[in-house]
Design a protein around this ligand. Sequence first.
Ligand SMILES: Nc1ncnc2c1ncn2[C@@H]1O[C@H](COP(=O)(O)OP(=O)(O)OP(=O)(O)O)[C@@H](O)[C@H]1O
Ligand SMILES: O=C(O)c1ccc[n+]([C@@H]2O[C@H](COP(=O)([O-])O)[C@@H](O)[C@H]2O)c1
Length: 188
Amino acid sequence: MERIGVYGGSFNPVHTGHVNIIKYVLENMKLDRLIVIPVGCPSHKDNLLLNGNKRIKLLEVACKDIDKVTISDIEIKNKGVSHTYDTLLNLKKKYKDAIFYEIIGEDSADYLHEWKDYEKMVKECKFVVLKRNGYAYRAEHENIIVLESPLYRYSSTEIRERLKKGLDITGMVPRKVHEIIIKEKLYR
Ligand SMILES: Nc1ncnc2c1ncn2[C@@H]1O[C@H](COP(=O)(O)OP(=O)(O)OP(=O)(O)O)[C@@H](O)[C@H]1O
Ligand SMILES: O=C(O)c1ccc[n+]([C@@H]2O[C@H](COP(=O)([O-])O)[C@@H](O)[C@H]2O)c1
């Protein structure tokens, strides 16, 4: 059975932590494929995100050299609020005989029980939780796997704030992503 990782997020913008998480999970969960899904319209926060196609472009640049990774526009193309369970059902139609591993950080895991259709989702896929600074999540279901992952630095918020203040973000995002952010004056 194909092992498919699904990594959803705002990616506003993609940062070095995201990229390291992708590499770590691919390796440690022995995934055959990992689909990165930038959110279209978030259900749980204001939609003040950079345009979806720009976020996709930055993700493509960031993941260009990582085997087995694809960036999906499924949530960005769909009108309406994005819900992970709806996306999972869509993917299940396309990849019929696969096990899905939803990749999240501990901060997301902390309110996972509030996600739409959480009870159904936790029976139909597995969650893979990555450690995050300042959190101490404990799994409450056998399908939630907490990895003993390294602590990855950076958050998109931190990067947006630095850019607004005109501060340097070298190393916080992949080099090519940095170049585009500067060239196109994103997040100013
Ligand atoms: N440094 C990190 N360590 C562990 N998990 C992370 C890290 N950065 C992001 N994640 C996880 O990756 C997923 C997507 O993250 P997201 O795109 O929201 O980035 P973020 O840095 O948390 O953004 P923001 O600061 O805008 O909230 C979420 O489940 C989040 O918990
Ligand atoms: O489906 C839900 O109800 C739901 C509620 C909160 C968050 N999510 C998803 O969790 C992922 C991480 O969210 P965020 O805000 O940390 O980028 C992203 O793909 C969201 O769509 C999903």
